[in-house]
Write a protein that binds this ligand. Structure first.
Ligand code: KE4
Length: 428
């Protein structure tokens, strides 16, 4: 790997203008004590930095790049779209076209609203749940991350966990008191909290397959219990599928586990790499959103033509490519099986969970079922693994509290190279 000279200079200049030199904390690499490569461009499964390094990319912009970077059809469609203007602040048929495609894949979303980020989607879904039920309390799970809105930055995962501040300063006590955080996969804790104050709970929001404490799969009875208990007490069940949507199954966790949530949040992939997300659910609930109803939510760039275009092209490919999800899951399994084999040969205790085209890695003897388990994993070993893989040209998330992603553009050669690099990295 070429020395990150230009990136180091770019990083020091960036720090003059932006906190930590970045526009999202986890990109700063400060948790792995090294400077981040500054990116010049990306194509397919590879990402290239300004020092001439070429990496096999398993971050994929934190999930959106399921087709790989700069997909030809998406880029061609964007080139045509950008010449027609970049934003109108007025309705277009593109928004309806994307909504129709989303509904085809997520039929529980009878009515939906386009927004610009996963944070906006979950923040809005929480507001709708509170407005619809007239209740205030929200239940979330420790280590799950739903973006950075105040109500949800309590015991959060992702960067909040990475930097050891799961509950952010600036979130007032009054706000935090309406958010109840309990352990993921803890069915008894769910039943207990509803027995105590179920009639005050507006909604439970969950990453049905958790990707922000590292990848943590739901135990068999966890999601069915959430569905049963929320129904019993008249609370809404919100599936935050911003990350796992389209990946654990084309129709997300709700298809894989056959659970129909009341509201769903999607993001990342539906914008094909442009800022786009959505929240939606039954017409009965969503018709309460302005201007049909009184629950207000708005956005200057919501449904903008460029993001709609990229999203439409992306979802069309997902729908039109025979067995897309199965093929991508098999590709991911080849990688995960190879990594597990290398760890075994190296005599290193690792957990490498997989869910569709998502996978994670923990340096731990025991299965990871919640945030406490994730915190107990060996982060020093993770750091050495991460740095060794980066030096060998493998671009991974710089935190074990993140999930990794395979795209349809990853080749067998990419997979083999990654497995080979792991044989060195496991003993770093
Ligand atoms: P955004 O506001 O970052 O678009 O989405 C927030 C969000 C909501 N829900 C889930 C399940 C998510 O994973 C996310 C964002 N994911 C992180 C990666 N762990 C984004 C990366 C970052 O913060 O830079």
């Amino acid at each position: 790997m070429n020395e990150l000279k230009k990136s180091a200079a770019a990083f020091s200049k960036a720090k003059k203008f932006m906190p930590g030199g970045v526009n999202s904390p986890v990109r700063s690499y400060s948790s792995v004590d090294c400077n981040p490569p500054f990116i010049s461009h990306a194509r397919g499964s590879h990402i290239y930095d300004i020092d001439g390094n070429n990496f096999i990319d398993y971050v994929g912009s934190w999930g959106p790049m399921i087709l790989g970077h700069a997909n030809e059809k998406v880029v061609d469609a964007l080139k045509k779209s950008v010449e027609r203007g970049t934003s109108y602040g007025a309705p277009t048929e593109l928004e309806t076209e994307l909504a129709e495609l989303v509904q085809k894949i997520f039929p529980s979303m009878e009515v939906m609203r386009m927004v610009n980020s996963g944070t906006e989607a979950t923040m809005s879904a929480i507001r709708v749940a509170r407005g619809f039920t007239g209740r205030s309390k929200i239940v979330k799970f420790i280590g799950c991350y739903h973006g950075h809105s105040d109500s949800l930055l309590v015991n959060a995962g992702s960067g909040a966990a990475t930097f050891g501040v799961p509950s952010s300063p600036g979130v007032t006590a009054n706000t935090a008191q309406d958010t109840i955080a309990i352990p993921f996969n803890d069915v008894d804790a769910v039943k207990k909290i509803f027995a105590e104050c179920g009639e005050k709970i507006a909604a439970v929001i969950v990453e049905p397959v958790a990707g922000n404490m590292g990848l943590v799969l739901p135990k068999e009875n966890f999601l069915p219990t959430l569905r049963e208990v929320t129904k019993k007490f008249g609370a809404l069940l919100i599936f935050d599928e911003v990350m796992c949507g389209f990946r654990v199954a084309l129709g997300g966790a709700q298809e894989k586990y056959k659970i129909k949530p009341d509201l769903t949040c999607l993001g990342k992939i539906i914008g094909g790499g442009l800022p786009c997300a959505t929240y939606g659910g039954s017409a009965e609930i969503m018709r309460n959103v302005s201007p049909d109803g009184k629950i207000y939510q708005a956005g200057t760039l919501s449904g903008n033509p460029l993001a709609m275009t990229a999203g439409i092209e992306t979802l069309k490919i997902l729908l039109d490519t025979p067995n897309f999800t199965e093929k991508l899951t098999q590709k991911t399994s080849r990688l995960v099986d190879g990594l597990k084999e290398q760890a075994k040969i190296s005599g290193v205790a690792v957990q490498i969970p997989q869910a569709g085209s998502m996978f994670g890695i923990f340096f731990s003897e025991r299965e990871i079922t919640n945030y406490d388990d994730a915190c107990a994993a060996n982060q020093e070993k993770f750091k050495r693994w991460f740095k060794s893989m980066l030096e060998q040209g493998i671009y991974l998330a710089p935190s074990q509290f993140e999930t990794l992603f395979v795209s349809i553009a990853h080749t067998d050669e990419d997979i083999s190279k990654t497995i080979d690099a792991a044989s060195t990295a496991f003993t770093a």
